[in-house]
Design a protein around this ligand. Structure first.
Ligand code: HEM
Length: 127
């Protein structure tokens, strides 16, 4: 059995669960004006960041090519999503209004991240 591949596979499954949480909550609540699910979005973004870092480590351990520019941009975007969700969460707890921009920022950055993850690929662009 190839333990490293198995660990990487399990990490990728959790990476997809984090993605589902973040993007799913965004789409399901797009028309919401109050009670945004910021708490779970913080969890989703944190899961993406943590599993993403482990995945990069696994790729190095398995001697696979790592696209550092892509990883860098994905990290900046998920950090932006995480910060937007944390600020939205804190403000919502204080009873503040005008929270939709934070919700849209968190969801929008997550969607951009999926697009970059899938479309920025040498298989598509032939490098
Ligand atoms: C909201 C944030 C994120 C989303 C939606 C996301 C989404 C995805 C998706 C859909 C894949 C599978 C497609 C592929 O293999 O390229 C993937 C793979 C991967 N992600 Fe992310 N990701 C996010 C954040 C991150 C971060 C922050 C990192 C690194 C710090 C990261 C590292 C990786 C790596 C290394 C793989 C490739 C695993 C492999 O070789 O099979 N991701 N991600």
């Amino acid at each position: 059995m190839n333990t490293l591949e198995l660990v990487k596979g399990i990490t990728l499954v959790v990476h997809f669960v984090g993605l589902a949480l973040l993007v799913g909550l965004f789409i399901a609540n797009m028309k919401t004006k109050t009670n945004f699910p910021f708490g779970w979005m913080v969890v989703g973004a944190a899961v993406q960041l943590a599993t993403g870092v482990v995945l990069v480590g696994m790729k190095y351990a398995l001697d696979e090519d790592v696209n550092n520019a892509k990883i860098g941009i994905k990290t900046v975007l998920v950090a932006a999503a995480l910060i937007a969700a944390i600020i939205g969460n804190l403000r919502q707890k204080k009873g503040e209004a005008k929270l939709q921009p934070f919700f849209h920022a968190a969801g929008g950055f997550a969607l951009l991240d999926v697009a970059i993850a899938v479309i920025w690929s040498g298989d598509i662009w032939g490098y």
